[in-house]
Design a protein around this ligand. Structure first.
Ligand SMILES: *[C@@H]1O[C@H](CO)[C@@H](O)[C@H](O)[C@H]1NC(C)=O
Ligand SMILES: *[C@@H]1O[C@H](CO)[C@@H](O)[C@H](O)[C@H]1NC(C)=O
Length: 339
């Protein structure tokens, strides 16, 4: 038997060892192997009903609005190939606004629960973006999409729900070896050395918080009242545990990013690219306090139940000097696990 036939025969005998990990990773050719080998494994919180969601499906459940008025002249249907045309029709003021009343919890907000292999079947819920800085330095962004962010319950008020939720990890590689990993959390996040974080095999483990989908390196509670100060307890807590396993690479779009020209390229011709240039928001604009669905704590700004939807991957500082985004703070790359 030829080597190939021997391998095929062995593969038939031991599908779990041979074909499963290869067959199920459907990355197009050209994606650096280490971007897959060391990709994060995400554990969703066991009580979170809001799973990762199909990026394109968000367009069919929403319509573009500016100041709560429908954008006229927008392509119909909106697709991942034409979404960027909204940049000339309002740009950063455009909000992809739910066609359904969000307060009635339409089922599409719940996304798609990963199957036993960790795949969100029928839902492309991740965009993997590779920025090759040259000299062996490569940053891979794993952008996670959820249709809905549940803000959380504070003193019996819900604060911070929004349609659309983009979160991410970034892994910095040097010569194909992972060095450090960024975990996005609310407006900021935490960085750790690769050696520090828990792993599944060689893949970093990430815990996605209930509702907010902030990414943490450990399970438990995480207070984020004070930006950049991570404490196990406090008034504004996230919660993570080892619920469903999500392997974002199994249903993802793959791109390279050229910082010099600020352009994206797909690794294959069937992957839509233009949506990455859309600079508007992936969910409803914050409802005014006069909207009967809106609540606040004594009208205090920032305590609204429903807040505005987020901007997309292009707004996450894709060309970084450090593994952290540059927000004026020192980039602390932690060597001890913590909340
Ligand atoms: C998780 O969030 C849901 C609302 O989406 C809430 O009902 C549940 O109590 C939360 N779980 C925990 C452990 O706080
Ligand atoms: C991208 O980041 C690198 C630092 O890694 C910097 O030298 C370069 O000037 C940046 N490019 C652009 C276009 O900002």
């Amino acid at each position: 038997m030829s080597t190939t036939r021997t391998l095929l025969a062995l593969a038939a005998l031991a599908p779990a060892v041979f074909s499963a990990p290869l067959a199920s990773r459907q990355a197009p050719s050209g994606v650096p192997a280490y971007v897959l080998t060391y990709a994060p494994i995400v554990y969703l919180d066991s009580s979170d009903p809001y799973f990762p969601s199909d990026i394109g499906a968000q367009l069919s459940h929403t319509q573009p609005e500016v100041n709560f008025a429908t954008v006229s002249g927008a392509p119909n249907p909106l697709t991942l190939n034409n979404l960027n045309t909204l940049n000339n029709l309002g740009g950063t003021n455009v909000y992809l606004t739910s066609k359904d009343d969000i307060s009635k919890n339409p089922s599409w907000l719940n996304g798609v629960k990963p199957d036993a292999s960790g795949k969100t079947n029928g839902a492309v819920s991740c965009a993997i973006i590779v920025n090759d800085h040259g000299s062996g330095l490569v940053d891979a962004f794993y952008m996670y999409f959820y249709a809905f962010n549940y803000g959380g319950d504070y003193f019996s008020f819900i604060i911070g729900d929004h349609v659309g939720d983009w979160e991410h990890n970034m892994i910095r590689f040097q010569n194909g070896m992972p060095q450090a990993i960024w975990y996005s959390q609310h407006a900021n996040g935490e960085a750790f050395t690769y050696a520090t974080v828990q792993k599944s095999g060689v893949r970093p483990i990430v815990f996605s918080a209930n509702g907010s989908h902030a990414n943490y390196a450990i399970t438990g509670t995480h207070d984020h009242t004070i930006p950049n100060v991570n404490l196990p307890e406090g008034p504004v807590e996230d919660h993570t545990d080892k619920g469903s396993m999500w392997d974002p690479t199994l249903s993802a779009y793959y791109y390279s990013y050229n910082a010099g020209s600020n352009t994206f390229a797909a690794y294959d011709s069937s992957t839509p690219v233009n949506w990455l240039y859309f600079n508007g928001h992936w969910g409803d604009q914050q409802y005014p306090n006069s909207d009967p669905r809106q609540t606040t704590i004594f009208g205090i700004s920032g305590t609204q139940k429903y807040q505005g939807g987020p901007t997309g991957p292009e707004d996450k500082q894709l060309n970084r000097t450090n593994v952290c985004p540059d927000n004026g703070d020192t980039c602390i790359v932690r060597t001890i696990l913590g909340p």
